[in-house]
Design a protein around this ligand. Structure first.
Ligand code: ADP
Ligand code: MG
Length: 247
């Protein structure tokens, strides 16, 4: 089982889009995949067509140790993909964990108790708080989506500092970076991409996610892109990402 966090404290860089579509394409390749939604906004939950305001149980119960992770998992419309859903209740765990010893290890313990999954993919909130910390500590790999724009590199420094601090504590998720929302008609795209690849080298995925309006429409239909429009450029690039991750 490989555990992958998708993290970047910057909002709107493509974390949820990447989590949902990578998880879906890994499942389509035949893997058994669990998506853990660890963002109180519940965007991954909604993206998969699940009503986040009518959940029997959610990740808050798990992080508060009132329910077992196994007991909140539900199926999705994608064969082989299941989700541990969440909603705004999770702000409780985020606040309460701050005063708990060993708070960063809670999710790791629960994930280690799972059986039968090939991949666990974790969506995180746009902050470096307790939920992102728990996701990073639980993970073998972290995928950092980077929106290709002028300020992209600046924002990365805080996250890299946190990853360096975790390294010192013995938590060393392998770092991978994904260029998202690339618009090749803009001259800045190539400049910024080249700069990021120069800085981060082979840790940057070869595949690049293009700017694609179908990826924006799919969440409103409650469908991952593989079901909404499997032949659009966004779908093909997320399929390639799953191949690269699985390789
Ligand atoms: N490759 C893309 N092309 C166009 N729009 C995108 C792309 N990826 C994400 N978006 C849109 O950008 C917004 C932010 O993406 P999202 O995945 O929710 O980011 P995050 O989870 O990091 O906040 C959403 O409206 C989403 O539909
Ligand atoms: Mg999100």
């Amino acid at each position: 089982m490989e555990v992958i966090a998708v993290a970047n404290q910057k909002g709107g860089c493509g974390k949820t889009t990447t989590t949902v579509n990578l998880a879906a394409y890994l499942a389509l390749r035949g893997s058994h995949v669990l998506l853990i939604d660890l963002d109180p906004q519940g965007s991954s939950t909604t993206h998969l067509g699940i009503d986040k305001d009518n959940l029997p149980k959610n990740m808050n119960e798990v992080m508060m140790e009132r329910a077992k992770l196994e007991d909140i998992i539900i199926p999705t419309t994608v064969n082989g993909l299941e989700i541990a859903p969440t909603n705004n209740d999770l702000v409780e765990a985020d606040a309460v964990l701050t005063s708990k010893v060993g708070r960063e290890k809670r999710l790791k313990k629960k994930v280690q108790g799972l059986n039968g999954y090939d991949y666990v993919i974790i969506d995180t909130p746009p902050a470096l708080g307790n939920m992102t910390l728990n996701a990073l500590v639980a993970s073998d790999k972290v995928i950092v989506p980077i929106q290709v724009e002028f300020f992209a590199v600046e924002g990365l420094k805080t996250l890299i500092r946190m990853l360096d601090e975790l390294d010192e504590l013995g938590y060393q998720p392998k770092r991978r970076y994904l260029l998202t929302m690339c618009d090749n008609r803009r001259k800045i795209t190539e400049e910024v991409s080249t700069k990021i690849r120069g800085l981060l080298g082979d840790a940057v995925f070869k595949v690049v996610i293009p700017e694609n309006v179908r990826l924006v429409e799919a969440p409103a239909q409650g469908q991952p892109i593989c079901l909404y429009d499997p032949f659009c450029s966004g779908a093909l690039s997320y399929k390639d990402l799953a191949d690269e991750v699985a390789a």
